[in-house]
Write a protein that binds this ligand. Structure first.
Ligand code: GTP
Length: 335
């Protein structure tokens, strides 16, 4: 069976990190985000098409080097065609029932059960659904039994038909491709699903975990989930001196830590924490946090530094940035 991973968006909500790399290659637990998706694809999927517009060359080159144990074709989309148009763009390569995965979600969906459900219902399309406390930032469905009868993208306050959201995984029969107009930008969420819901669309709720990883909050939540599900580790050759580790952390070989780390912290290789306090944050490769600094709820880009006594909170610091001594950066994007 084939799967299409739609991984070609601009990733504006993770800027400035996505100025320098496509979202699919933003590291999550020190591995490109798209690899976490490939890891969870079951053996039934023997061919993967990765649909990319933004930074196509980077994604193509990445898959030329990475050995992921199955056939991956990276398909260029000359102009951004949206989440629906991206699938239509690869239509000629698809045959039989196929899966579509958004490139920026982390979850525990059991694909085998999802596929069995889709086959039992026998409809043209099935969406995986996940229940969240506040669905307002997502695509929300109204259900009758196992049928999705309404699909509302980012509903206004009080308008959400349920708390079940589109988890970003679909199973389609080829006839769904006829529903997607060719040659223009098409949103799966705003055009294709509302139209299918009026005719035949099924929903498969699953539980376990799910997180979008395309916003700062989602990215840190996905990090926390992955740490809690086997990703936490301290490499025996990491350099720890007067370090206090609290809760789940990932400290790879080559990282150096003194000070307080955790909970929910990932250090990149070559990153350094020097008598500082870091919690609920990710340091990419080569990032350093100087003495007395505090970093919370943030991503620190490659080779960036947070100066002595500085504070960074709820912010994304791009690559190669110097946050000056004693500066306070709160809810900012620094490039
Ligand atoms: P934002 O700019 O932050 O909204 O991110 P995004 O552009 O990636 O959009 P969004 O998170 O809504 O996209 C969901 C998934 O679809 C992601 O995996 C995107 O990479 C992918 N995607 C969005 N738009 C396109 C597109 O025009 N072409 C392709 N191939 N993929 C897309």
């Amino acid at each position: 069976m084939q799967a299409v991973i739609i991984a070609g968006g601009l990733g504006t909500r993770l800027r400035p990190l996505t100025f320098n790399r496509p979202k699919a290659l933003v590291p999550l637990l020190n591995r490109a985000q798209v690899l976490h998706i490939l890891d969870r694809l079951p053996k039934e999927i023997d061919e993967v098409l990765v649909a990319v517009n933004y930074m196509f060359d980077r994604v193509r080159d990445f898959f030329r080097e990475a050995d992921v144990g199955r056939t991956v074709q990276v398909i260029e989309e000359p102009t951004p065609l949206g989440t629906g148009g991206a699938v239509k763009n690869v239509a000629a390569r698809l045959h039989g029932t196929f899966a579509v995965y958004n490139g920026d979600v982390i979850d525990s969906l059991d694909f085998t059960k999802f596929l069995a459900f889709h086959r039992r219902r026998g409809g043209p399309a099935t969406l995986a659904l996940y229940e969240v406390p506040d669905p307002s930032a997502f695509g929300v469905v109204g259900m009758e039994g196992s049928r999705v009868t309404r699909f509302v993208e980012k509903p206004a306050p009080g308008e959400a038909p349920s708390r079940l959201i589109n988890a970003g995984h679909y199973l389609f029969e080829p006839e769904v491709l006829d529903e997607i107009p060719a040659g223009r930008e098409v949103s799966m969420e705003r055009e294709v699903f509302p139209a299918l819901a009026a005719r035949s669309l099924h929903g498969f709720p699953f539980d376990g975990y799910w997180s979008d990883a395309g916003t700062l909050e989602g990215y840190l939540n996905a990090t926390r989930i992955l740490l809690a599900n086997g990703g936490a580790a301290v490499h025996p050759r990491a350099k720890l001196a007067k370090a206090r580790l609290d809760g789940a952390v990932l400290v790879p070989e080559g990282a150096e830590v003194s000070g307080r780390l955790g909970p929910d912290v990932v250090l990149g290789p070559r990153s350094r924490v020097d008598s500082a306090t870091v919690s609920n944050s990710v340091l990419l490769d080569g990032a350093s946090i100087e003495a007395g600094a505090v970093v919370r709820g943030s991503i620190i880009g490659e080779d960036s530094s947070v100066g002595p006594g500085a504070t960074v909170e709820d912010s994304i610091i791009g690559d190669g940035v110097r946050v000056r001594k004693a500066r306070r950066v709160i809810q900012e994007r620094m490039a």
